[in-house]
Design a protein around this ligand. Sequence first.
Ligand code: HEC
Ligand code: HEC
Length: 302
Amino acid sequence: MEAAKRFGRIEPVAAAPSAQIELGRALYWDTRLSADGKTACASCHSAYDWGADRRSASIDARGNPTRRNSPTVFNALRQPMLRWLGDRGSGAEQAEGSITGSMGFRAKDEILPLLRQSDYEAAFRAAFPGEAEPVSTRNYGRAIAAYEATLVTPAPFDRYLGGDAAVLTARQKAGLRLFIERGCAGCHAGALLGGSAWMRFGVVKDYWLATGSARIDEGRYAITRKEEDRYVFRVPMLRNIAKTAPYFHDGSVPTLEAAVRVMASVQLGQTLGDDEAAAIVAFLESLAGDVPANYAPPAQRP
Ligand code: HEC
Ligand code: HEC
């Protein structure tokens, strides 16, 4: 089957609960561990929003809007590079970097006294046995990453790739065919349908000027300072995409159908008919799994 070659299944993670995973989850959901005492990782990666944020911009612990839309953390650690600009190499690095980013501290070490006051010392000791000083920002990142690696969401599409053809409706299968034939899969490929390539966001300036949307974001150019990286963003994965509106790095597009039409026009120079757009949307819905049962701690489950 052509789809099996281009894409790929994701399997549930059979993660035995470990001290590291438990610690990572507690840290991730704890609002006390932020500069304003009100912000947790989960504030912008909500269980109601499939690990993403329905707000175009989230509000960080300094009270400022984030520059880009918050992507889902589900399946995210399977990507070789993280964030819209691919500028973080691992979940541990991403989490540790958030201390002075979204969590609002001036220096990483400012979180350490808070971890001790909030009774985390024993949990760090259990999660990192044998270390002389287990309460460290490095271990904060490692524990959170161990937890995030368990947040995998197999979906109907995986069962389809596994040979159960009846899982997808006729319309979803038509959408899958269009997704391949129209060229979407040229960029959105692999088991996550994206996540590992960088691509110019179409004729981005024309698109933005035409829609009057959003501020101009120069993309990877901000990091590499190479002209060819101007307006280049990571090709986002499309796992759970039907659950994680709004769309694009600036969260400027509210519906999936509109996002699919923008893609067809700015990346491929095509106009989709109503039936075609609806079929592609129906296919993309088959990429949505359930919110992992262990995402939220019991007291905070939706
Ligand atoms: C104030 C909102 C906010 C908070 C708090 C926050 N994040 Fe995020 N997160 C974002 C935004 C926005 C991005 C995208 C940033 C970018 O690409 O420029 C992001 C990106 C990520 C990514 C990368 C996902 C991908 O597909 O590349 C991971 C993983 C992540 N955050 C985990 C965390 C963890 C762990 C914490 C807590 C330590 C945290 N976030 C706290 C808003 C937030
Ligand atoms: C040339 C590469 C390329 C092609 C072809 C392409 N895309 Fe994309 N896609 C991207 C990039 C890059 C982004 C991120 C754009 C941004 O936000 O800056 C994206 C974003 C998206 C998003 C929004 C993701 C999110 O998390 O907000 C959807 C949905 C999407 N594409 C679907 C499609 C569909 C459907 C097609 C075919 C009609 C398609 N794409 C064709 C590169 C491509």
